[in-house]
Design a protein around this ligand. Structure first.
Ligand SMILES: NC(=O)c1ccc[n+]([C@@H]2O[C@H](COP(=O)([O-])OP(=O)(O)OC[C@H]3O[C@@H](n4cnc5c(N)ncnc54)[C@H](O)[C@@H]3O)[C@@H](O)[C@H]2O)c1
Length: 326
């Protein structure tokens, strides 16, 4: 099997690439290395089945060349991270909407199935416990850049649906909830790597807002096999699936767990959303998935708990610091 992974040098994409290579696939990675790193593929760099193409999903010719000759596509390239979206809203919109359409179009032209990675952000401020795939979206103003990521991802979903129903493209959409693990970068607003880096450096852990906001984290190694299984299951085609963890934790509680697991002596301090992200930032109080559909379709059941995730992120972070300081 030959597979294209867009965004394959990123956090989730690199784990997916590793998983596919181990399963015997040949993998083409298309990545512009904007938030991804070639080093994320270090563990696989000698693998004869791996080819890295540095380029953008917004470049029709490169995408066409990459899709030609593969049997399937996982589209994980996107502008990701609250800070990145706030800093470059237009570029993010273009990548997440225009780039996705270019990849969809190429998959259609070459007759290959595709998996699109969407996000729990599409539910916006809907704080129902156990969000289901057909639940309503509750979003703030489109003029607040914070929501443009959710808008773009929702448009990408609608476009995927259009390509499926109007043109017969074979596609699956997954909505990932907070996915975490080694190689996730902390500098664009991702909370687990940020807390772990602060804890390891003995700096205060900075909790934004009151810290009572609830999230569910899921280890990337639990998510990746489910993504592959869903694309391989014909019964999943044309459908959308939540993939997320089950354990609810407040962000304040997460900070305490990070300190406990890493054995850090750091303090916890609070920053207002305005201090962290600027005036008018909106967040959701709670985001809890119901992944029953993925459980019933492909047996998705996260096996690693939050302490496992924190320990894995801390081990990776320590290793990276050692390499950087060697
Ligand atoms: N990590 C999460 O919690 C989470 C949650 C929901 C959805 N997602 C989705 O999962 C996918 C992967 O996200 P991630 O967490 O691994 O983030 P990431 O930033 O590590 O990965 C995104 C990758 O896409 C690449 N990229 C960005 N723009 C590109 C372009 N124009 N052309 C080619 N490559 C480009 C980046 O360099 C990076 O390697 C994204 O689609 C994201 O929206 C992630």
């Amino acid at each position: 099997m030959r597979t294209l992974v867009t965004g394959g040098a990123g956090f989730i994409g690199s784990h997916l690439t590793e998983h596919l290579l181990r399963a015997g696939d040949e993998v083409v990675v298309l990545d512009d290395l904007s938030t991804g790193r070639e080093a994320n593929l270090d563990a696989m760099s000698d693998h004869p089945g791996l080819r890295l193409v540095v380029g953008s999903v917004c470049d029709r010719e490169i995408v066409d060349r990459c899709v030609r000759g593969v049997d399937r596509v996982f589209h994980a390239a996107a502008s990701v991270g609250v800070l990145k979206i706030l800093e470059k809203p237009l570029q993010s919109l273009r990548t997440n909407v225009h780039g996705t359409e270019i990849v969809l179009q190429a998959a259609l032209e070459h007759g290959v199935p595709i998996l699109i990675t969407s996000t729990s952000e599409v539910y916006g401020k809907n704080s129902r416990i156990g969000l289901r795939e057909d639940d309503d979206r509750v979003l703030g103003s489109p003029l607040k850049s914070r929501w443009s990521y959710a808008e773009a991802k929702a448009v990408a979903e609608s476009m995927t649906h259009g390509y499926t129903t109007e043109h017969g493209l074979t596609a699956v959409i997954v909505r990932l909830f907070n996915t975490v693990g080694p190689r996730q970068a902390g500098q664009y607003g991702m909370v687990v790597p940020r807390f772990v880096e602060q804890a390891l450096a003995g700096r205060p852990l900075t909790v934004y807002g009151d810290g009572h906001q609830i999230r569910c984290f899921c280890h990337v190694l639990d998510v990746v096999p489910a993504m592959v299984a869903l694309l391989e299951d014909e019964r999943a085609h044309g459908d959308v699936f939540n993939l997320g963890g089950t354990e609810q934790v407040s962000i304040g509680g997460l900070a305490e767990r990070v300190i406990a697991v890493t054995g850090s002596t750091s303090d916890i301090v609070h920053l207002s959303y305005e201090q962290a992200y600027g005036e008018g930032f909106e967040d959701m109080r709670r985001r809890v998935p119901d992944s029953t559909k993925a459980l019933e379709r492909v047996g998705f059941r996260p096996r690693r708990d939050l302490d496992d995730v924190i320990a894995a992120v801390a081990a990776h972070s320590k290793q990276r610091r050692e390499v950087e300081h060697a």
